[in-house]
Design a protein around this ligand. Structure first.
Ligand code: ADP
Ligand code: MG
Length: 385
């Protein structure tokens, strides 16, 4: 009876989400690094409102923003996950979902998605908790046989790279050799737009931890200054879920978990050489994301997905067939005021985007298998050419 109740509850939740259908936005404010520093956050409402104060004009310039939820500096990883969980669980029912973390460097994006930089196992981020949750559901549901596989890539200087290539030394060579992955459209659902990125079957959280370590190592391999690099590249963990039902229907869905590059505007006069190139690419792909979001918000007939790799990768999700949650991260210090306002404005715009109702990706097992065969043949053809 418990399972039946949980199932009905989830069904209701899914229906509600389909009716709502906007990009949901959660704002998260990280703790102050120094208590004595000036703070720009004036008020956090339990209804998702947030008041920000201009440190230069504290008397007269309060700005108010409204989101689905605001997490203050004391919010724990568990609290954040609790509000994210239902969206993640709907992936097991056949819905696509996409969560992305936006904000300036140092505002807590990686903390939310991966966990704290000191790697304490208690404070794991959404990536790990999501997979843990999916494994638990998969072990409870006796009527469905699930297969969970993951891919992890980064987008750096407008190139997409596989982060889960096995083998340390060979990994380095392959990483250089296969430096760019092609984005392709596929007939089978689940947004498998990177057919050449390695795909890893995962069965336990231990498997996931191993892969995350590998991903970090491969990321570090191709860079000299890791921190610099991670603030200039987008990383994306994609979880593909196949569910085969006893009644012979199948669900194919995917969950994108994206840690975006830092959104700060880089002063071009201060950066030269490679740094300038990176900064321009970051600015370009995030401004393309902004353009796509604006076009979606205004219901333009043409949505400019093709202008950057990032928006191409997210096209399936942003195009309407997914539930989307954006985390807008802000730093509370007064000297981040400008970036904080620009992040909050971006997030406010995103929250007005109406998505079509996310479809349930469910069909007979036979159709699913045929679609996969088609993709396999397309891939084989592409290799021949
Ligand atoms: P970003 O990925 O946006 O550049 P990080 O996630 O690396 O930022 O966060 C910057 C620093 O602040 C890290 O040391 C991180 O552990 C810490 N931090 C961020 N958010 C929180 C939080 N909610 N609670 C505690 N520490 C945090
Ligand atoms: Mg980061």
């Amino acid at each position: 009876r418990y399972h039946q109740a949980v199932k009905e509850n989830r069904h209701l939740y899914n229906m509600l989400q389909e009716l709502r259908g906007n990009i949901r936005v959660f704002c998260r404010i990280r703790p102050m690094f120094h208590e004595e520093a000036k703070c720009t956050i004036d008020y956090i409402g339990s209804d998702g409102s947030l008041m920000v104060i201009d440190p230069a004009k504290p008397q007269n310039a309060r700005k108010i923003f409204q989101f689905n939820k605001v997490f203050g500096p004391t919010a724990t990883q568990d609290e954040v996950y609790r509000d994210t969980q239902d969206l993640i669980r709907s992936v097991m029912d056949g819905y696509n979902a996409c969560i992305f973390a936006y904000g300036q460097t140092g505002s807590g994006k990686t903390h939310t998605m991966c966990g704290p930089s000191n790697r304490s196992n208690e404070d794991m981020g959404i990536n790990y908790m999501a997979l843990n949750d999916l494994f638990q559901i998969s072990s409870i549901r006796e009527d469905v046989k699930y297969q969970i596989r993951v891919q992890m890539v980064e987008v750096y200087n407008e190139q997409v790279r596989d982060l889960l290539i096995l083998g340390s030394l060979t990994g380095l060579l392959i990483l250089k050799y296969k430096s760019t992955l092609e984005i392709r459209s596929c007939s089978s659902n689940g947004g498998l737009s990177l057919p050449d990125a390695s795909m890893h079957l995962v069965q336990s959280t231990a498997d996931v931890l191993d892969l995350m370590k590998l991903g970090e190592k491969n990321r570090a391999f191709s860079s000299t200054a890791m921190n610099e690099r991670s603030s200039r590249s987008h990383s994306m963990l994609t979880v593909h879920v196949h569910g085969d039902d006893i009644s012979d229907s199948a669900t194919r869905s995917c969950l994108h978990l994206v840690d975006l590059a830092g959104s700060e505007r880089v002063d071009k006069s201060e950066t030269t050489g490679d740094g300038l190139k990176e900064a321009q690419h970051v600015n370009k792909s995030l401004s393309c994301l902004g353009d796509v979001i604006t076009a979606l918000a205004q219901k333009n007939p043409h949505i400019p997905y093709r202008n950057s790799k990032l928006t191409q990768l997210l096209q399936n999700s942003l195009g309407g067939n997914a539930k989307i949650l954006m985390f807008a991260h802000v730093s509370p210090e007064a000297d981040s005021y400008g970036e904080t306002i620009s992040t909050l404005k971006f997030a406010q715009r995103a929250s007005t985007v109406e998505l079509g109702a996310a479809h349930l990706n469910k069909e007979s097992s036979e159709v699913g298998e045929l679609k996969e065969q088609i993709d396999g043949l397309k891939k084989a053809l592409a290799i021949k050419e």
